[in-house]
Design a protein around this ligand. Structure first.
Ligand code: OTU
Length: 657
């Protein structure tokens, strides 16, 4: 074990040598070129990996043996990697930033709800192509417990597909079919917890101490009570605190989310190694992006919130280094729905910038868009984006979205709100009232999720269309209100398409899917309002996208127009500059996108009234004021001000200098 940094090089050498000796036998069976590739990557990423593993596990007696075993697991996975993926590895090692391209368009769905089975998803490929998708996230598809399974986020086996959806062969076939048409496949890596009937949990429940050490299992309430002093309650509706009593073992188990989701103990290097094996076996199916579910929670320490701890980052860095060695075509997407500073930290910071998750959900943009729609004011949105958008490592990218399968929690920074003279707590209460339809003038139909009577905290469920006013407008049979709702949806969607990063469509939103109340009839879902926005696809409704004048056609055409424009404009990709502009009009949101010669000025009106923006407040280079709106094709006639209709979004093309 290393006792000081001055000894590191020697230790590192002996670690790499020993580890490589161990795997040389395995590699002997490999193609000479393959073995050379593996060794080259070990030399490149091994030093980082060793340092990271030493930080995590160096104090333990089983170090560095545990670190050698980890590299051995990576070598074994590398050897099993199919030739077509090794080819992709080579391509992506040469041009690693494929996910930043302006042609990237993401979609996400549940397999069962969208198309029944994996085979069904394959049959929907033409639909994905019609939309222009290049990234498809299928929500959890692995075996889960009978009964409630948190929409698949309680995984019983990472190697078996949920039999209702198909088999591993179907997934492999689908991965190949998607690759053939240029659609990247994205799956969840639910690695903070397993289901309580995962093989390891069953062995732990049977009393095996080795497996009990894979989880956090306590004899009595002493430790749980001590931890809970500083923990946030995540699913308070479901169970208070973070622990669940299991009578069969007469013990308390750490369950951050549902009672049947057991948190994994990454203080045990064997958990790290086993989960690495699961991760790389997913990579070897041909997964392009792994969504790291609930990443803030993976390390626990007494006396802390057990969220976003430094070791959580160390684990991601170590996993990333191992992926660069064994399956570099794969990238990570961070799912951290926390304070914006913490969200950003999962891209990696300082010397680790760009070495954790290459892409990340952008929950801040999402909540700010809904915030601006409710308040009809853009100053908080503008301020937050000025400070927090264009500040990520250059090899990274935001994933911008308006809705996901989860709830909306008002995760703006209280500091940002305060800078705009807004009280964060009061503002969240207002937004909760607005989106549950309790605020006068609200257009939204949404529902509370996980109301916590102690903190008064709650989050919001509902589809994008219902939250944007479409459900209410249709109920009231009000064509004007329908028009406004469609404009709201297209306004915020158009911002996610153009601001920089990759847009992600929660499939169903492209045809204005409304809330669905049938979940209330099913005891497995009735207690979780998120199911209101998780309805089975209605393919008759989807077909109406082709009937001119229907709501579906209007929304779908809007989406495809925006997607088409994104695909034409390199400035809408992730490697362009974003200048968010305060124009003095607090009802419009303005940003300039620039990449080389390509410049587009985007202006969105967040009110149901017309808005005017003085041209001299806009960052227009030179004196040539001939602007064309790419969305409508219209030329802007006035050279003193730009007028926007209700909720209008313009993509103004800038004259070439
Ligand atoms: C994620 O969400 C998933 O997206 C949810 O669908 C799961 O229920 C959950 O993990 C457990 O697997 O709290 O309300 O900071 O906020 O991981 C959603 C991240 C959640 C958490 C997030 C979690």
């Amino acid at each position: 074990m290393a006792s000081g940094t001055e000894q590191l090089p020697e230790d590192l050498n002996s670690y790499l040598k020993k580890a490589l000796q161990n795997i040389s036998e395995t590699l002997n069976g490999a193609d000479v070129r393959d073995a050379a590739v593996f060794l080259r990557r070990c030399m490149q990423h091994g030093p980082d990996l060793y340092r990271l593993l030493e930080q995590l596990y160096g104090e333990r007696d089983d170090f560095p043996g545990s670190a050698e075993a980890i590299l051995q697991t990576a070598a074994e996975a590398f050897l099993r990697r199919p030739a077509r993926l090794k080819q992709l590895d080579r391509e992506r090692e040469e041009s690693p930033r494929w996910y930043q391209h302006h042609t990237m368009i993401g979609g996400v769905c549940y397999v069962d709800l969208f198309a029944g089975t994996l085979q069904g998803i394959k049959e929907k490929i033409p639909y994905f192509q019609e939309l222009g998708l290049t990234y498809l996230h299928l929500m959890p598809i692995f075996r889960t417990p009978d009964g409630p399974d948190d929409g698949g986020y309680a995984v019983s086996s990472y190697r078996e597909i949920n039999p209702a959806l198909g088999h591993m062969d179907d997934l492999c076939e689908l991965a190949i079919a998607l690759q053939a048409v240029g659609i990247n496949l994205v799956l969840d890596f639910v690695f903070n917890h397993t289901a309580n009937d995962h093989e390891w949990a069953l062995k732990a429940r049977a009393g095996d101490p080795g497996y009990q050490d894979c989880y956090f299992i306590f004899e009595d309430r002493a430790q749980p009570d001590a931890y809970e002093k500083t923990l946030r309650e995540i699913f308070p509706d479901e169970h208070p605190g973070a622990f669940t009593f299991y009578p069969d073992i007469d013990k308390w188990v750490w369950t951050t989310f549902h009672t049947y989701q057991w948190d994994l103990n990454y203080r045990n290097p064997d958990v790290f190694r086993r989960m690495l094996a699961e991760m790389l076996s997913l990579a070897n199916i041909g997964i392009d992006v792994l969504r790291l579910d609930a990443v803030p929670f993976i390390w626990k320490k007494l006396g802390t919130s057990c969220e976003n701890l430094p070791e959580a980052h160390t684990i991601i860095r170590a996993f990333n280094a191992l992926v660069r060695i064994a399956a570099p075509a794969l990238i990570f997407k961070s799912e951290a729905i926390v304070h914006p500073d913490d969200v950003r930290s999962y891209f990696g910071q300082g010397e680790w910038a760009g070495k954790e998750c290459e892409i990340s959900y952008n929950p801040l943009l999402m909540v700010q868009l809904w915030e601006a729609l409710a308040t009809r004011h853009t100053h908080l949105l503008t301020y937050a984006m000025q400070h927090r958008f264009d500040v990520i490592p250059e090899n990274c990218a935001w994933v911008n979205y308006i809705r996901s399968h989860d709830d909306i929690g008002w995760g703006f920074a209280d500091e940002d709100a305060a800078a705009m003279q807004i009280d964060g707590f009061g503002h969240r209460q207002y937004l909760n009232r607005f989106y549950t339809g309790q605020e006068p003038g609200s257009f939204a139909i949404g529902y509370p999720f996980q109301f916590n009577p102690r903190t008064l905290d709650m989050r919001i469920s509902g589809t994008a269309a219902s939250l944007a006013g479409l459900e209410q407008a249709i109920k009231n049979n009000n064509p004007h209100a329908i028009d406004l709702a469609i404009r709201r949806i297209l306004l915020i969607t158009g911002i996610t398409m153009s601001m920089g990063g990759m847009p992600l469509i929660y499939l169903g939103d492209e045809i204005g899917r409304l809330n669905d109340y049938t979940y209330l009839e099913n005891p497995d879902t009735a207690d979780d309002s998120r199911w209101v926005h998780r309805a089975p696809a209605d393919w008759e409704q989807v077909a109406r996208r082709r009937e001119a004048g229907t709501v579906e056609a209007r929304i779908f055409e809007g989406f495809t127009r925006l997607i088409g424009l994104r695909k034409q404009h390199p400035a809408f990709g992730s490697n362009s500059a974003t200048q968010v502009v305060d124009t003095g009009n607090r009802h419009v949101y303005v940003y300039l996108k620039t990449l080389g010669d390509d410049q587009v000025l985007c202006i969105g009106n967040f009110t149901a009234d017309p808005q005017r923006v003085p041209v001299d407040r806009l960052p227009l280079p030179g004196t040539d004021r001939r602007l064309v709106d790419l969305i409508t094709g219209k030329t802007i006639s006035s050279d003193t001000e730009i007028e926007l209709s209700p909720y209008e979004l313009m993509y103004l093309s800038m004259p070439q200098q």
